[in-house]
Design a protein around this ligand. Structure first.
Ligand SMILES: Nc1ncnc2c1ncn2[C@@H]1O[C@H](COP(=O)(O)OP(=O)(O)OP(=O)(O)O)[C@@H](O)[C@H]1O
Ligand SMILES: [Mg+2]
Length: 398
């Protein structure tokens, strides 16, 4: 669809496709969007999750941190994920009872394989990057729908972290005149957006606080010999006792003390981090390890709040989204770690915790098509507001 036709529509149907650091599956959300920027309004029509098969998950993790990511493997995985994302988009539209001809746009985040925002000098040139796979040409070709992808690259090129990008959307949908709000997303990585009451976008802070589910998932997978991928409802953690010695050593991770803007991924809290915990704590029981990793996740968020957020403004509540919101034990630990905040799930605000990131990508894609700057330099550290994403034209029009 041409940009001017898109802009002329009062209401646009947009599918956001998201697959995060957890590499658990693809979330697809069909959203009806009106307006843009601070005039934007939205309705979630349908959300679906398609789990990755074990084979696909293994290919992703093999490329991301398993040393099995040669150029051929990455090339093929890029196309395979494009096919799966196209299927996820078609699936959510079908479930919503809407033909693909009726969908105006797809926003696809892509599967992160490497996130390397720290500069490395190569031949005297500073190089920073983040690689997301899921070929948009395949998505546009299979669905016929214009597809926006590669959101992070432009923010990085403008000097930003390329993350967290959803802070802009958090500002649009959760800002409040009277109440200062934190928006927390507990995906593989945990991220935070801090929106003071009646603040303009320039005063919003956003950064990754550290691990979300990544360390918990890693331990559960290892300790169940791969039979389980996460701690359902936090039931394993609940059986354990927190090891204070291990907790204190985890809390010394340098990422936690580094000031924002900052973002992280499997590079900081993935396999090598997990291996070290297991090696150095062989005498700690599996349940205790999982309980301690869960408390570490909660405490690392509390450290971020106390160091960089709460001293600077008044915040009353925290709105939590992402799969980690379904881990009751983690939520309890979070409430214990930051008792001064009222901590609620985003579901209470009309946005199912699982759908949040996919909805955010749909809204970011809307802004891209309209040529609106949709990064938040105050969050990512970019030198200026930029229009994120690359547009691949579809061949359907509504
Ligand atoms: N019922 C549950 N109990 C405990 N944990 C859960 C439950 N459901 C989901 N999770 C956790 O949520 C994770 C998936 O969350 P989500 O899809 O939000 O993360 P993600 O794919 O890493 O996304 P992103 O990093 O972009 O936010 C799972 O790996 C698991 O750890
Ligand atoms: Mg996920």
């Amino acid at each position: 669809m041409a940009a001017q036709d898109f802009a002329a529509k009062a209401e646009r149907f947009i599918i956001g496709v998201m697959s995060g650091t957890s590499a658990d599956g693809v979330d697809a959300a069909l959203v009806a969007v009106r307006g843009s920027g601070e005039q934007l309004s939205w309705r979630l029509l349908r959300h679906e999750t398609l789990q990755y098969s074990l084979k696909v998950r293994d290919l992703i993790l093999g490329c991301a941190e398993g040393g099995r990511g040669d150029a051929a493997a990455i090339c093929r995985l890029n196309v395979l994920l494009g096919e799966l994302f196209a299927r996820a988009a078609a699936h959510v539209a079908a479930k919503a009872g809407i033909a693909l001809e009726g969908v105006d746009l797809i926003g696809s985040h892509g599967q992160t394989i490497q996130h390397l925002p720290a500069p490395v000098s190569i031949t005297g040139i500073n190089v920073r990057g983040s690689l997301q796979l899921g070929e948009p040409a395949v998505i546009a070709e299979r669905t016929g729908i214009t597809t926006v992808a590669q959101f992070r690259a432009r923010d990085l090129a403008a000097g930003g972290q390329g993350s967290p990008l959803h802070s802009y959307v958090d500002f649009l949908i959760f800002r409040n005149r009277a109440r200062g709000r934190l928006v927390l997303n507990l995906g593989g990585i945990a991220s935070l957006t801090a929106i003071p009451a009646s603040a303009p976008a320039e005063r919003v802070i956003g950064f990754d606080t550290g691990p979300g589910n990544l360390v918990i998932d890693g331990l559960v997978s290892r300790l169940t010999s791969g039979r389980e991928a996460f701690d359902h409802g936090g039931r394993y953690a609940r059986r354990g006792t927190i090891s204070q010695a291990l907790l204190q050593s985890l809390l010394r991770h340098p990422y936690l003390q580094a000031p924002p803007p900052k973002s992280c991924g499997r590079e900081e809290f993935g396999l090598p981090f997990l291996e070290r915990i297991l090696k150095e704590n062989a005498s700690v029981s599996p349940y205790d390890l999982i309980a301690t990793a869960t408390r570490f996740t909660a405490d690392s968020i509390a450290v971020a709040c106390r160091s960089f957020v709460l001293p600077h403004n008044v915040y009353e509540e925290a709105i939590v989204s992402g799969g980690g919101a379904r881990n009751d034990y983690l939520m309890e630990q979070l409430r214990a770690a930051i008792p001064e905040l009222s901590i609620k799930e985003s579901d209470e605000y009309g946005l199912p915790a699982h759908a949040k990131e996919a909805v955010a990508i749909a809204i970011l894609a809307n802004e891209t098509m309209l040529g609106m700057a949709n990064n938040l330099p105050a969050a990512t550290g970019a030198s200026r507001p930029v229009v994120l994403g690359s547009i691949t034209a579809g061949h359907r029009s509504r």
